[in-house]
Design a protein around this ligand. Structure first.
Ligand code: ARG
Length: 468
């Protein structure tokens, strides 16, 4: 086959001089956007079908183009395709190869189309798929969390506010909080998908095309819910990609919070958990060290994704309508955010079963810091003491106990009844298990409530998988 080296700068018909080498390298994006090859080919096959309907391609030509594009896909997937920087991007590389392999019909494919609507279409197809990949990853992590939550449903631990011991909960309840955050992330990618799934193709460079292109047919072929309503908007705005990035940044913010807790809990000071050795690393100087590096790195990598969101917003904010080359920069940022997020979700899912819980130590911590003082106040309320008076009486009891280095249950009945004559016997009220039993509100820490959360989570995970 005659595979001529294409002239440097395939689109330079109107120019006198050849492209400067540095300019060529500077403007090329194929090293990055070749990742979109499958979507580019899919979009081109749909465009060929639409051109056939419009009478621009004959049936034979449309068939030749489609087969040619399928053959190129195989070349790429088998590593036989030669990507050329001189051909700038994924679109021109594939089109040039098509023309080379099928000839005249290939030269007609770009009729009524621009790389501006082409790249927007490719990116939407790609990101639509990635929402499915992301959601599958999130659900795997959620399944791991639920499994540990079920195992640790009865493991008492302190809940913190201001990182000070607040009230007893269970480790199961705590983990189900993580589950809830991820459930919203999962839903968020679903909502972003709906706005991604709008077809720009047919908008051409910016004003639409001079051919009767059946855009609804293209949308149906490519699985888009609808077509874009304005050609200028369709080729220029990247809000869908920014939203995708925002969903990644929020998800990473959640993962970073989880990891912060894993790091804290595995420290000698907390000593609530131990992470399996395979998720830890040693120190080059301190022989005793076992560091939670994976958790730290997830927390660290969240910074990149938050940065990517900022970069995407900054990239967009000063662009006049319609397409500007600035938008070529979106892909490196976006793919980086996507890869990092997928990677972190996957490693977190792997890490879940590696969390070993120190139940005794957690329970001990749950009894420190007067964690059931609120329950004592609530007990007084049940004896008709107004809450504010109960709060004051218990605060005085806490002060008395703290000043004498005791816990509340070590106060004598006389000491306590001096502060609150109605109290009666208080020791049973102060037990963490009793505190938990009383947390009856929906979504609260009571064991039955956590069981319900876990059951609902299991049902959720067994439900329909997200669309691809
Ligand atoms: N590589 C370009 C991008 O990613 C494709 C569109 C180029 N369009 C143009 N008019 N130069 O945005």
């Amino acid at each position: 086959m005659n595979r001529k080296q294409p002239k440097s700068g395939a689109l330079r018909g109107r120019f006198d001089g050849a492209a400067d080498r540095r300019v060529e390298r500077f403007t090329a994006s194929v090293h990055c956007d070749r990742r979109l090859y499958a979507e580019d080919i899919e979009g081109s096959i749909a465009h060929a079908a639409v051109l056939e309907r419009a009478g621009v391609l004959s049936a034979d030509e449309a068939r030749a183009v489609t087969r040619g594009l399928q053959a190129i896909r195989a070349e790429i997937e088998e590593g036989r395709f030669e990507w050329k920087e001189a051909l700038e991007d994924v679109h021109i590389n594939i089109e040039a190869r098509l023309i080379e392999s099928v000839g005249e019909a290939g030269k007609k494919l770009h009729t009524g189309r621009s790389r501006n609507d082409q790249v927007a279409t490719d990116l939407r197809l790609y990101l639509r798929r990635q929402t499915g990949v992301m959601r599958a990853g999130i659900r795997r992590l959620q399944a791991g969390i639920v499994a540990v939550a079920e195992r640790e449903a009865a493991s008492v631990m302190p809940a913190f506010t201001h990182l000070q011991v607040a009230q007893p909960v269970t480790f199961g309840h705590h983990l189900m909080a993580w589950f809830e955050m991820l459930k919203r992330d999962d839903a968020r990618f679903g909502e972003v998908r709906a706005r991604i799934n709008v077809l720009p193709l047919g908008s051409a460079a910016c004003a639409g095309a001079n051919y009767p292109l059946d855009r609804r047919h293209a949308a149906a072929l490519l699985g888009f819910d609808t077509v874009s309503g304005n050609s200028l908007d369709a080729v220029s705005d990247r809000d869908f990609a920014i939203e995708f990035c925002a969903a990644c940044a929020l998800l990473m913010t959640h993962l970073s919070r989880f990891c912060e807790e894993l790091v804290l809990w595995s420290s000698q000071q907390f000593d609530f958990i131990e992470l399996a050795d395979r998720f830890c690393t040693g120190s080059s100087i301190m022989p005793q060290k076992k560091n939670p590096d994976v958790a730290e790195l997830v927390r660290g990598k969240s910074a990149r994704v938050v940065g990517a969101l900022t970069a995407m917003l900054a990239l967009m904010k000063a662009q006049p309508l319609a397409y500007n080359r600035d938008n070529q920069e979106d892909k490196e940022i976006l793919f980086g955010a996507l890869d990092t997020t997928l990677d972190c979700v996957a490693i977190m899912a792997d890490m879940m079963p590696a969390i070993k819980v120190h139940r005794e130590r957690m329970r001990e911590a749950a009894q420190s810091g007067f964690s059931t003082a609120t329950d004592l106040a609530d007990h007084l309320v049940s004896l008709q003491v107004p809450f504010r008076d109960a709060h004051r009486a218990v605060a005085a009891a806490v002060k008395l106990a703290a000043d004498s280095g005791r816990t509340l249950d070590r106060l004598t009945p006389e000491e306590f009844s001096r502060l609150c004559p109605q109290a009666g016997e208080i020791a049973p009220v102060l037990r963490p298990e009793e505190s938990l039993r009383m947390k009856q509100t929906e979504g609260g820490a009571a064991p039955e409530s956590v069981d319900k959360q876990i059951a609902a989570a299991r049902e959720y995970l067994a439900g329909a998988p997200p669309p691809p």
